[in-house]
Design a protein around this ligand. Structure first.
Ligand code: PMP
Length: 340
C-alpha cells in the first residue's frame, strides 16, 4: 500500500465485517461497515471531509479561518482533524448531555468547546442555532473569517455517502447487497448511501432504524412527525426532515428500544470482539428486523458508526444502566470479582 500523503486519505474505505450471531439467527448474511476504523473513529469523518472540501471549492472558507459546528461530538471530532490538516481552527457547540469521552476527545483534537443546555430544535438556544449565531459573530471578528459547517442542512454531508459509502458497499459485496439499514441523525448516511445503492442496484431494500424519542419512524409510517419515549443512544434520532433527508423515503422503518439495541452492543463485544457505541446497536437491531422481513438468504448491510470507548462512562457503566432500568451484562458487573 502506498503511503498516505495526509491522514485525510485514510478516511473511508472501511471493511465490511460479517456479524456471526445476527447472520446465523436470521439465515441471512448481515454485514457491518466498520466506520469506527476511520481516523476520527466514526462514520462522521466522511461528512466532515466532504463539508470542508465543498466549502473550499465554493470559496466559503479561507486559510486560518474558523469552522463552527453544532454537533453531538463525532462530526466535531472529524472536523477538528480535517481542520488541523487543512489549516483551520475549530469551534464546537455541543449539548452538555453528550458523553465526557467525546468532549475530552474534542479538546484533545484541538477544538474549542462551547457547552450548551440540551433543548429542542424549536428552542432558539438549541445547539444548532447557537452554533449558527456564533459562526455569524466570529465571521465579523476573526481576521480570517468563520464558516458554519451546518451538517444537518448542508448536503455536502449526504454527498460523501453518495460518492463513497454506497459505492464501497456495492463493490465489497460484489453487487449482492439486498438491503441496507441504519439510523439517522442528520440523515446523511442513510439518505446518501440509499441514493447510491438504489442507482447501482435497483430493487435494493432501504430501512430506517429509529431510536425511541425520534420522530422519523412515525413520519415515514404515518406521515406525522411525532416522537415518543427517549433513548440513551447519542448522535441519532431526529425531530424534523433535514435537508439531507429531503427527497428520501425508506422502504421499511423500525423503532428500536434501547434494550434491544444494547443486547447487540453487549453480545457483539463479548462474542465477536466488536467494541461499539449505542447507535451501532440500533443499526444491527434494524438489520436483524429487515433480515426477518426479507427472509433467509439475503445480504444486509448496516453501519457500525463508532466505538465503545466513547461511551465507557454511560453504556458500559453498570450504575448508569441500572438507574435507567436497563440490563447490566454479568461480565461487565462481575469482571473483577471473577478473578482468582
Ligand atoms: N451514530 C453516531 C454515533 C453519530 O454520531 C451519528 C451522527 N450524529 C450517527 C450515528 C448518524 O449519522 P448521520 O448524521 O449521517 O445520520
Amino acid at each position: 500500500m502506498a503511503p498516505h500523503d495526509t491522514i485525510l486519505s485514510a478516511i473511508g474505505g472501511t471493511p465490511l465485517i460479517r456479524l456471526a450471531r445476527a447472520s446465523e439467527e436470521t439465515g441471512c448474511t448481515i454485514l457491518g461497515k466498520a466506520e469506527f476504523l476511520n481516523p476520527g473513529l466514526s462514520v462522521k469523518d466522511r461528512a466532515a471531509l466532504s463539508i470542508v472540501r465543498d466549502a473550499e471549492a465554493r470559496g466559503l472558507i479561507r486559510p486560518g479561518g474558523t469552522i463552527v459546528e453544532g454537533t453531538a461530538g463525532n462530526t466535531g471530532i472529524g472536523l477538528a482533524l480535517v481542520a488541523a490538516v487543512r489549516g483551520y481552527r475549530t469551534v464546537i457547540v455541543i449539548p452538555e448531555t453528550q458523553s465526557d469521552e467525546k468532549k475530552q476527545t474534542l479538546r484533545l483534537a484541538g477544538a474549542r468547546l462551547v457547552e450548551v443546555p440540551a433543548v429542542p430544535f424549536s428552542n432558539p438556544n438549541n445547539y444548532v442555532h447557537a452554533a449558527r449565531r456564533l459562526a455569524e459573530a466570529l465571521a465579523a471578528t476573526e481576521p480570517a473569517g468563520a464558516f458554519f459547517a451546518d451538517q444537518f442542512d448542508n448536503v455536502a454531508n449526504r454527498q460523501a455517502h453518495i460518492e463513497t459509502t454506497g459505492p464501497e458497499i456495492f463493490t465489497a459485496t460484489g453487487g449482492t447487497v439486498d438491503g441496507f439499514v441504519c439510523a439517522a441523525g442528520t440523515g446523511g448516511t442513510l439518505a446518501g448511501t440509499a441514493q447510491a445503492l438504489r442507482a447501482l442496484k435497483p430493487g435494493v431494500r432501504i430501512a430506517l432504524s429509529d431510536p425511541e424519542g425520534s420522530a422519523l419512524h412515525a413520519y415515514y409510517t404515518d406521515g406525522a412527525l411525532k416522537a415518543e419515549g427517549s433513548s440513551i443512544t447519542e448522535g441519532i434520532g431526529q425531530g424534523r426532515v433535514t435537508r439531507n433527508l429531503e427527497g428520501f423515503r425508506p422502504d421499511h422503518s423500525y423503532r428500536i428500544p434501547d434494550r434491544e439495541a444494547l443486547e447487540h452492543v453487549f453480545g457483539l463485544m463479548r462474542d465477536e470482539g466488536l467494541s461499539l457505541g449505542g447507535s451501532s446497536g440500533v443499526n444491527v437491531a434494524g438489520a436483524v428486523r429487515l433480515a426477518r422481513e426479507l427472509g433467509p438468504g439475503h445480504t444486509i448491510v448496516t453501519i457500525l458508526c463508532d466505538g465503545a470507548a466513547r461511551y465507557a462512562s454511560k453504556l458500559f457503566n453498570p450504575a448508569f444502566l441500572r438507574e435507567r432500568d436497563l440490563p447490566v451484562p454479568s461480565w461487565l458487573e462481575g469482571a473483577a470479582e471473577a478473578l482468582p
